[in-house]
Design a protein around this ligand. Structure first.
Ligand code: GTP
Ligand code: MG
Length: 370
């Protein structure tokens, strides 16, 4: 069609009419919901949302990525940094995460149960920081391969008594490919054999030059075991956050990524989501990967029930018809009907893809399955 009203266009590209009206206003056009737009105007607006207009408005509404649109500068406000900890085996990633959680989360939260939901938030100097408890590099790689960028900052843990190891280098490469700033945590400084200078020296060869040596990389010597240096690490994370200015628009429907998900005997499908933009609310119609439903209950990282979750907040939700996968995207829709349509279309695609895989079962794989 050559023309559409503002209302019709909004519907086609799954936006609020008010948003389109605002966009038009910024372009110098006063419009109402019933205003008819010509082809040029439609193209202009659609391109703002990354939608290509051909003969008709064509948008693959089953591709959740199309809903990860950018917001106007004036709608954005500061959000907590999302941090991932990476490093070689046994260099202290888990101990560091636990140490941060124990010193910061349980502090002043007597009675609060620290529930393990694969992600948590701490407060440092009145500001929140979100930590993702990545199960390992494999999951990180899968998420990145799917284009799901979720982390803002990588903490590279290097044991001061062991130095740079193969997985340290792997982690550096992941972070570089994802264009994520790296903060080096030189861990195990309490040990006799600790040698921070050696770690700095070795990392120089991989392009991470300490500020002390005229480079740009922040190095924090610490001990995950004694807790020494952890406050400095948190301060450095806030510093990077201030420089990078991570922002989001809390006043829109939520979009984000699945951190983990499983089937719970009592509660059904349970998924931990990281809200990346917008605010997730109880009752929201939602598509998560190839599943859909309504957000029935939400629990935060402290094990408390919450009614909504803003940008950079991890929450555990129930109410999905099936179990999504880590790294899957989620999108909240205007109404349940649309969520169902998109969700069912996506489930269908997954089914076809699955059947496609099945059809190439060879004798060997058949034997493997027996
Ligand atoms: P993987 O998950 O297996 O890759 O290991 P990780 O990096 O999570 O290491 P983890 O936290 O499990 O620590 C490995 C060992 O190092 C454990 O025995 C910890 O107690 C010890 N460790 C971790 N941090 C420190 C530290 O700061 N000082 C000392 N002395 N030991 C530490
Ligand atoms: Mg570990």
């Amino acid at each position: 069609s050559e023309s559409l009203t503002v209302g019709e266009l909004a519907k086609k590209i799954y936006r609020e009419p008010s948003e389109i009206i605002k966009k038009l206003f910024l372009l110098g056009v006063m419009a109402t919901i019933n205003q008819v737009l010509d082809k040029d105007a439609i193209e202009l607006i659609a391109s703002e949302y990354g939608v290509e207009v051909e003969e008709e408005i064509k948008i693959d509404t089953t591709d959740l990525e199309v809903y990860f649109t950018e917001d106007s500068e004036e709608s954005l406000i500061e959000r907590p940094s999302v941090v991932t900890i990476m490093g070689h085996v046994d260099h202290g990633k888990t101990t560091l995460l636990d140490s941060i959680r124990n010193t910061k989360v349980t502090e002043g939260e007597a009675g609060g149960i620290t529930q393990h939901i694969g992600a948590y938030q701490v407060v440092e100097n009145g500001k929140k920081i979100t930590f993702l408890d990545t199960p390992g590099h494999a999951a990180f790689t899968t998420m990145r391969a799917r284009g799901a960028k979720i982390t803002d900052i990588t903490i590279l843990v290097v044991a001061a008594d062991d130095g740079v190891m193969p997985q340290t280098v792997e982690a550096i490469n992941h972070a570089k490919a994802a264009e994520v700033p790296i903060i080096v945590a030189v861990n195990k400084m309490d040990k006799e054999a600790a040698n921070a200078d050696r770690v700095m020296q070795e990392l120089t060869e991989h392009g991470l030059v300490s500020e002390a040596w005229g480079g740009e990389t922040i190095f924090v010597p610490l001990s995950a075991k004694t807790g020494e240096g952890i406050d400095t690490l948190l301060e450095m994370i806030l510093l990077v956050g201030e420089v990078e200015e991570y922002k989001a628009n809390p006043n829109r429907k939520a979009v984000g990524t699945v951190i983990e998900a499983q089937l719970d005997k009592g509660r059904g499908s349970v998924a931990t989501l990281l809200v990346q933009n917008g605010t997730l609310k109880i009752g929201d119609p939602i598509v998560v990967g190839h599943t859909f439903g309504r957000v029935r209950a939400m629990v935060n990282d402290k094990g408390r029930r919450v009614k909504e979750a803003g940008p950079s907040t991890p929450v555990e939700i129930t109410g999905l018809n099936d179990v999504p996968q880590a790294g899957d995207r989620f999108v909240v829709f205007e109404d349940e009907k649309t969520a169902r349509q998109v969700g069912e279309a996506r489930a269908q695609t997954a089914l076809v893809a699955h059947r496609g895989e099945k059809s190439i079962v060879s004798l060997e794989t058949l034997f493997d399955q027996l």
